[in-house]
Design a protein. Sequence first.
Length: 101
Amino acid sequence: MNGEEIGCLLLDDDVTSDHYLARYEWSRGWSPFNTSVYATRNAGDARVSIANGRRYERRASGITSAPLGDDRDRVLIEEFGYSEVAVARLPADDPAPDPQQ
């Protein structure tokens, strides 16, 4: 990047610039992308993702979701193709913090 700031996405309509800036500053201290591993890959006619301790599979017929539990490392290695060395260096997923705090 060249030092420019990137704005955050607000899901509120018609907010003031002060509200926007306050939420932007808050988002710099907390992000769901800081608490767990996120990965997505195309697998034939499906898109497989892991996020927030869950495995998602999106197909034309719909989306399925299941908790990863202790299976995260196996999924990253066997389904996503990450090396065992790289996966072993990943920290455990943290429980997602309450975004309302």
